[in-house]
Design a binder for this molecule. Structure first.
Ligand SMILES: [Zn+2]
Length: 298
């Protein structure tokens, strides 16, 4: 079954929510990056967070980047989503062994680390992207996303994300939700959301039982009249291509390009998001260098 995001609003217009099932995208990431379990969970939660956040963007050229830099053994985690919620991402050290928090519970927080920050970059097609950064709270991803919205965007938010693995380390279920109080939400609304979220309990338990995004929304917004706004299929999708890498080479310093052009082996670049390799033979690197020098003269 393909991954899906469903968005809803309460009929009083006070609360927006979105829920995702992301088993396929997380499993694709696991296979592309051959991640070990704690990295699968950390990257998987981050991908789904980026997907939910990207899905809120309006324009088709818009994109959103999440960077977790927690100082833990996993290193940096980077995820990029388009405006539909299609995502790609990588974790710097995918082969980290992290002792479980307790039996069967991956210690994502320790593996991500708590000493750094979460940075959100929204490219909204303006000259400058919007950049917001907050210190990490727990490194558990969902809590950090909640804190980002509270601190950086002043949006009271509840977020939960879960990734479940099989015995063979493949992904058996993944999903979560994001709830946001809109301006106009009063105290009683906040109390109702808190009560519903508490009653909902662990997202992983529900995912294990095969809960759909619609069912998740109705339960985390229990007590409200829920209007489903839309739903979108989302997937792990890399947008790399040879032209992009050629263009990237063209932005390098002339000195560096000169050095590369001297290498008879040419240049090989590998996409961090999908591991695809792009080879540029020496004659082509020389052409790029010539283009580069031409530009300087103009
Ligand atoms: Zn790629």
């Amino acid at each position: 079954m393909s991954d899906k995001i469903v968005r809803a609003i309460t009929s009083d217009g006070a609360v927006m929510a979105a829920a995702i099932t992301g088993k396929e995208m997380v499993e694709t990431a696991r296979q592309l990056h051959t991640t070990l379990p704690v990295a699968t969970a950390a990257l998987g939660r981050s991908l789904m967070a980026a997907s939910l956040m990207g899905n809120q963007l309006k324009g088709d050229e818009n994109s959103l980047t999440l960077q977790f830099n927690g100082g833990g053994p996993l290193g940096k985690i980077v995820c990029v989503a388009d405006y539909r919620g299609n995502v790609r991402g990588f974790v710097e050290n995918p082969f980290v062994h992290q002792p479980d928090k307790y039996q069967g519970k991956l210690d994502v927080g320790t593996a991500v680390g708590r000493a750094g920050s979460l940075t959100v970059i929204k490219d909204l097609g303006m000259k400058e992207p919007y950049v917001g950064s907050v210190p990490l709270v727990s490194g558990e991803i969902a809590e950090d996303v909640t804190s980002y919205y509270a601190v950086s965007e002043q949006f009271p938010t509840a977020c939960a994300l879960g990734v479940l693995l099989d015995r063979d380390q493949s992904v058996s279920a993944a999903g979560g939700y994001l709830i946001q109080l809109l301006p106009g939400a009063d105290e009683s609304t906040i109390d109702m959301v808190e009560a519903a979220v508490t009653a909902f309990g662990s997202v992983t338990t529900h995912l294990q039982a095969g809960m759909t995004p619609e069912q998740m929304l109705h339960q985390v917004l229990a007590g409200f009249e829920v209007e489903i706004l839309d739903q979108s299929e989302v997937a792990y999708r890399c947008t790399c291509g040879r032209e992009r890498y050629r263009a990237a080479l063209l932005t390098l310093a002339a000195e560096d390009l000169k050095e590369m052009a001297d290498d008879p082996a040419g240049v090989e670049l590998q996409c961090q998001f999908c591991s695809k390799s792009y080879r540029f033979p020496q004659y082509e690197v020389k052409e790029i260098l010539a283009d580069r020098l031409n530009r300087v003269q103009k």
